[in-house]
Design a protein around this ligand. Structure first.
Ligand SMILES: [Zn+2]
Length: 223
């Protein structure tokens, strides 16, 4: 029996990605939509695609050409593994991820405007109805990952819309899914804003810190 060389050893199994639903899915998609780019390393990229798949457990992704069903949570990040409509399907994984990110961004932005303007947002999927004698089932299907994501995202937004917020820190404006009365997207935005407010108040009162003291701020504890 030939000895195993290090090169022939299989990489360690990655832990399975759990299905994402509800507010956890909305939070993940909001974060995903606001990432600047990447990832470019194969490991994090594979993880990202599997998590996208974990968001889409309620929609069947079916390739446009051969009708093959794709499960992103299981697959390697090849170009074919990310089904998009028409010519977009031939693009690289990185280009496809950028397109998918833009489509989620657009939908989130539209949702903030549309609910005020009362314009309905739409997601187009096909409903495949099956009857196996004793069981009738309806499954949404999409040929394009962007349609599938729009379908799950509209469901989550309809339920958790009130929690989609913009960060109140001046100059930030990031979208996030808030917990209770959270007003800032991150601890750093919260601390920065609290300090600025405290600094302005003290300066106005004429008992502001010296420039040296301002470098080492000790604002009141933020809540
Ligand atoms: Zn922020």
């Amino acid at each position: 029996m030939p000895r195993k060389t290090p090169g022939s050893m299989k990489p360690p199994e990655e832990p399975p990605v759990q299905p994402l639903i509800g507010v956890a899915r909305l939070r993940w998609l909001v974060e995903f939509a606001q990432q600047a780019s990447g990832p470019t390393d194969p490991g994090p990229e594979r993880r990202l695609i599997r998590t996208l798949g974990a968001c889409l457990k309620t929609v069947t992704l079916r390739a446009e050409g051969d009708g093959q069903i794709m499960d992103l949570s299981q697959t390697e990040p090849t170009t074919l593994a990310l089904p998009l409509r028409g010519e977009d399907h031939q693009k690289s994984v990185a280009e496809k991820l950028a397109l998918i990110r833009v489509s989620v961004q657009t939908l989130l932005r539209q949702s903030l405007v549309s609910v005020v303007g009362r314009t309905a947002l739409q997601a187009e999927v096909t409903l495949r109805r099956t009857w196996s004698g004793d069981c009738l089932q309806d499954h949404p299907e999409a040929h394009d990952l962007r349609d599938a994501l729009a379908y799950v995202l509209l469901g989550d937004l309809a339920t958790f819309y009130e929690r989609l917020s913009r960060c109140a820190a001046p100059g930030c404006g990031r979208l996030f899914v808030r917990e209770r009365r959270q007003r800032y997207c991150s601890v750093s935005c919260r601390n920065r804003t609290t300090f600025q407010r405290w600094y302005r108040r003290h300066r106005k009162a004429g008992r502001g810190p010296t420039p040296d003291a301002a470098k080492k701020p000790r604002p009141p504890r933020a809540t």
